[in-house]
Design a protein around this ligand. Structure first.
Ligand code: CA
Ligand code: CA
Ligand code: CA
Length: 440
């Protein structure tokens, strides 16, 4: 929302005609934006494995573009390579992303993040340059896979864990004998070290960034150990604490507007997924029935309302992919896909959801599939589901008011879902719903 719109909304924030007036303001503002185009959600639910690069090879999916059409991950690579980062599309299938000229890799390459438009992929790689460690890398169609020059920042090794939606800022950690620092990197600005929380030991990692890299989340050093942080240039690293009674936490993803952070919190052993907002603090997301009490949040939709990860149903580990929304709580994704949406998942066990598209109608992850010989092998997968409705009370504070309007308008301007009528797009009809909820 621009300042003018903001002021106008504040100026009409009292009185009987609030809903109608705000709606009028929003409508004008939206028309001036030219109705940000959004790729409509795939109408038909679907599920498929991403396959493998070599016979009987394994694969995994780690992230997906905003429109759900480009998936990245890693896979067993053709000899002499061990593991390759991969890109998957419906038309192109699984394609390896390799250093050019290709170099035999001692440890393999894996991807961790993808820009909103799918044009930039980042990850972690080891090769003969770094025989005992890893380097952050960046891939585009134009440049191929290139490692970032960590020596320019005075370090030996590093890892890229994520990228801003606009593809400009890569985030991760830089490592040397003295420990790790969290960084953000851009081609214009190079490496920028993000600092640390007060106290603690080494181990700082930036894991994800908001749309333009202005908010970065990850794991820093609290006085009692690893702690989730949220970084802005104005405030630096700010610790997000832990769930009550816990000691450790880590943040794994952030909404497009930087408002919602998800991750895991831990007492000592075990984990619980959390969702954090400035207003509500850190809230535990629970656990799927069965097994032990274990859950982890790895990804969040652009609007911060759909969380993806894993939880335990039978063992002591996260052995089943889950998604969570404020309205539904934690859902067993395999049950949703097979029992409720009627998809054929025979032979599959989905054990982790690792990424979601902007509107969370595409979900990617890792599971085990059964091959022709009846053996189990690890494989990445892509599922599409209908959109979850977004309530007018977007910030879940129990009231529909101008704070929700502001969030909705900001999400809309950023191209994220504020799909209040759950028809797969965000447009004036959704703003009409909001206006009606605001009341006369
Ligand atoms: Ca459980
Ligand atoms: Ca609200
Ligand atoms: Ca809609």
């Amino acid at each position: 929302m621009n300042a003018t719109t903001c002021n106008r909304i504040e100026a009409v924030s009292t009185g009987h005609a609030i809903g109608r007036t705000v709606f009028a303001v929003m409508s004008l503002s939206m028309l001036s934006l030219g109705s940000v185009p959004r790729v409509a959600a795939q109408a038909t639910p679907s599920f498929q494995g991403v396959g493998s690069l070599v016979p009987a090879g394994s694969s995994s999916a780690s992230a997906v573009s905003a429109d759900g059409l480009v998936v990245t991950g890693q896979a067993t690579a053709p000899s002499p390579f061990l593991g390759a980062a991969v890109m998957w599309t419906q038309a192109g299938g699984l394609v390896p992303l390799l250093l050019e000229p290709a170099t035999v890799s001692d440890f393999g390459f894996s991807s961790t993040g993808i820009s909103a438009d799918g044009s930039v992929i980042v990850g972690i790689g080891g090769n003969q340059q770094v025989p005992f460690g890893s380097l952050p890398w960046r891939w585009t169609a134009a440049t191929g896979l290139e490692t970032l020059d960590v020596s320019a920042a005075g370090f030996d090794m590093g890892s890229a864990f994520g990228i801003s939606d606009d593809g400009v800022f890569i985030v991760g950690s830089l490592n040397d004998a003295s420990g790790d620092v969290a960084f953000r990197w851009s081609s214009d600005g190079g490496f920028e070290v993000l600092g640390d929380l007060p106290g603690g030991f080494n181990g700082r990692q930036a894991h994800a960034a908001s749309i333009n890299g202005s908010v970065i989340v990850g794991t820093g050093n609290g006085a009692s150990g690893p702690q989730a942080f949220r970084w802005t240039s104005a405030d630096g690293l700010v610790g997000l604490g832990t769930l009550p009674g816990h000691r450790f936490s880590g943040a794994n993803d952030v909404s497009i507007d930087g408002r919602v952070v998800v991750g895991t919190s831990s007492p000592n052993a075990g984990l619980e997924a959390f969702r954090w907002t400035a207003a509500g603090g850190m809230v535990g997301l629970g656990d799927l029935p069965g097994g032990t009490f274990v859950s982890a949040a790895l990804a969040v939709s652009a609007n911060g309302r759909v969380v993806a990860g894993g939880s335990s149903i039978a063992t002591t580990a996260a052995d089943r992919a889950m998604i969570w929304t404020p309205e539904t709580g934690m859902i067993d994704l395999q049950v949703l896909l097979s029992d409720e949406l009627g998809l054929d998942l025979s032979g599959w066990n989905l054990f982790l959801a690792t990424g979601v598209s902007a509107d969370a109608t595409t979900i990617v992850g890792v599971g085990t599939a059964t091959n022709d010989q009846g053996g189990q092998f690890t494989q990445g997968w892509v599922a599409t589901i209908p959109p979850f409705p977004v309530p007018a009370d977007i910030d879940d504070d129990g009231n529909v008011n101008l704070a929700d309007v502001a969030i909705m308008q900001n999400l809309f301007s950023l191209g994220a879902s504020a799909d209040l009528d759950a028809d797969g797009d965000t447009d004036l009809a959704d703003h009409a719903v909001m206006a009606a909820e605001l009341g006369p």
